[in-house]
Design a protein around this ligand. Structure first.
Ligand code: HEC
Length: 152
């Protein structure tokens, strides 16, 4: 699958990189927020089916889980330039703690990727199978948000 150790190392290097121009920061913040919106959309599909609020559809469930695997495996180096934290600029909820703890931040993304792989393994097996993986998967979202995302 994804080269997890290398990915964590890549992210921590990117987090140490120098500041870039203000316009680039807006583009990069917008891109990472778009990435998280895609996380939420795909998790939502699975949550609706896994809790019986939407009819189970094996193909849609598999697609959503596969998307989460792919999205959480994307190279992050363009998305987290130095100086793009919530203490430095408006329009972001990314806490400065991310740049102080790049290895832990990267590890939390790797944990999401691992949980998405588990979800993708069972997504074709029915609503109950999805329901059984939901808490673990969404727990990896909230673990990172608690540590690294400012409240609204
Ligand atoms: C490795 C840490 C991490 C993980 C894992 C993570 N998030 Fe986030 N998320 C963040 C941070 C940091 C922000 C704030 C980004 C910003 O405003 O620049 C954010 C923002 C968001 C947003 C708001 C985006 C916007 O419109 O501004 C949503 C929605 C979201 N995350 C959903 C999720 C979901 C769903 C998952 C799990 C499938 C998830 N996140 C996993 C760190 C994480």
């Amino acid at each position: 699958m994804f080269p997890r150790i290398a990915f964590a190392a890549t992210l921590s290097l990117a987090l140490g990189a120098g500041a870039v121009a203000a316009q680039d920061l807006a583009d990069q913040v917008g891109a990472r927020q778009g990435q998280f919106k895609l996380f939420a959309l795909n998790l939502g599909t699975l949550a609706m089916m896994g809790t019986g609020r939407a009819e189970y559809d094996a193909r849609a469930a598999q697609a959503a889980a596969d998307n989460l695997v792919a999205l959480s495996g994307l190279d992050q180096r363009a998305l987290w330039p130095a100086g793009s934290d919530s203490g430095a600029i408006d329009g972001t909820r990314a806490l400065p703690a991310i740049w102080d703890n790049p290895e832990d931040f990267a590890a939390k993304l790797v944990a999401l990727n691992a949980a998405a792989v588990e979800m993708a393994r069972v997504a074709g097996d029915g609503a109950d199978a999805i329901g059984g993986q939901l808490r673990g998967l969404s727990g990896t979202c909230s673990a990172c948000h608690q540590a690294y995302r400012a409240p609204q």
